[in-house]
Write a protein that binds this ligand. Structure first.
Ligand code: PLP
Length: 379
């Protein structure tokens, strides 16, 4: 029997029509620069997110960069960010000289804790400081509790960047994530729920701000018969070929959400009875895309650890991963301020957390195997 193929955490899942779009780009020689797929993909993403404007970029990180530029992050400016996230949520702001203050997770959502955020605001106010931005992350597809968080920022006039890199297709009170902040963005990195092989989309209702970001994303070239620059920009635009892949993928988004949610439900059915296993809860009023099925393993009850389960899966050529290591525990952010929820929740989620293979193309047999192996590791 041929050896079983490796089971990946979240591999690309092509639908089959991507090649038609790529072929169209070749047939019309719209290989570069930009082209109709880029324009259409922007329009289609803006529609899907329910925002007025969108800008297709080389990555989600480039979108963070342009959002930070739009909010005029300068050396010494404070900003608040969930600690439990991927470093790309905030790296560009730090590279611009911004000073991060990290906020713990609420264990009910794993997302930014409203009570810790409020304390951070009050402390900043009493020392006469005001953050320049708040970065909200919809972790593993779970929408933040917008009704609690947005007023805290809005009352103080602090703009929000909504990191929807992992949450394309997720809804909060029926409204798509990516649309809640001054800026939002999706990532189309290879491991995300839909992919262009690599890419990102900056989203906003502020059409002027998107126009300015578009200008900056193409080297800040001014309208003139020659190359003229009054400021420095970036080379951040998505290619027309990749936008073609994105257009085909976007049409499949609802199907991919349904598949990932079904995978989550099967894991919960297959593992939910085990001692010490708790799945990431789903917040009320929201539909997570369940990008990755994540759970925590309480070693006292399970008799094993998340890392031992990862090892057991790795021995069978199955990829799994720990939960993001919080930013306040990263060597690069040593000494940064951190506001706990009630005890350090993000540290606990990191220390016990586990992400299981969750690709929308994961077969029933492969998932059954993962479930069997996890059960075997716990008993
Ligand atoms: C993937 C990801 C990003 C960055 O997106 P890229 O397209 O890889 O640059 C940012 N934030 C979070 C939470 C992510 O998971």
């Amino acid at each position: 029997m041929p050896e079983r193929e490796r089971i990946y955490l979240s591999p690309p899942h092509m639908g089959g029509r991507e090649m038609e779009y790529i072929q169209e780009a070749f047939d019309t020689n719209w290989i570069a620069p930009l082209g109709p797929h880029v324009e259409n993909f922007e329009r289609e993403c803006a529609e899907a997110a329910g925002v007025k404007a969108a800008l297709a970029l080389v990555s989600g990180t480039a979108a963070v960069h342009l959002a930070a530029k739009a909010l005029d992050i300068k050396p010494g400016d404070l900003f608040f960010c969930s600690s439990l996230t991927f470093v790309a949520s905030l790296a560009p702001l730090v590279q611009m000289g911004g000073v991060p203050v990290f906020i713990d997770s609420d264990p009910d959502s794993w997302n930014i804790s409203p009570q810790a955020l409020e304390r951070a605001f009050r402390d900043a106010e009493s020392s006469g400081q005001k953050p320049k931005a708040v970065i909200l992350v919809n972790l593993y597809g779970q929408p933040c509790d917008m009704d609690q968080i947005l007023p805290l920022c809005g009352e103080r006039g602090v703009p929000v960047i909504e990191d929807a890199a992992e949450s394309a297709g997720s809804l909060y009170k029926g409204r798509p994530t990516g649309s809640f902040g001054a800026f939002g963005f999706y990532s189309f990195n290879g491991n995300k729920i839909i992919t262009t092989s690599g890419g990102g989309m900056l989203l906003s209702d502020d059409e002027e701000a998107i126009a300015k970001a578009r200008f900056r994303s193409t080297q800040a070239r001014e309208k003139a018969p020659w190359y003229q620059h009054s400021e420095l920009g970036y080379n951040f635009r998505m290619s027309n070929i990749l936008a073609g892949i994105g257009r085909a993928q976007l049409k499949l988004l609802e199907d991919r959400v349904a598949r990932r949610r079904a995978i989550f439900d099967r894991y919960r059915k297959g593992l939910g009875d085990l001692p010490g296993i708790s799945f990431m809860p789903e917040s009320p009023h929201s539909r997570s895309n369940r990008w990755l099925t994540t759970l925590t393993v309480d070693p006292g009850l399970a008799g094993t650890t998340n890392l031992k389960i990862m090892d057991a899966l790795a021995r069978e050529n199955i990829e799994s991963r720990s939960v993001w290591k919080p930013m306040h525990l990263q060597p690069v952010f040593m000494g940064a301020k951190y506001y706990e929820h009630d005890g350090d929740q993000s540290r606990r989620l990191f220390e016990n957390g586990l992400c299981l293979p969750s690709g929308s193309n994961l077969s029933l047999e492969d998932q059954a195997l993962v479930i069997r192996l996890v059960r075997g590791a716990i008993r």
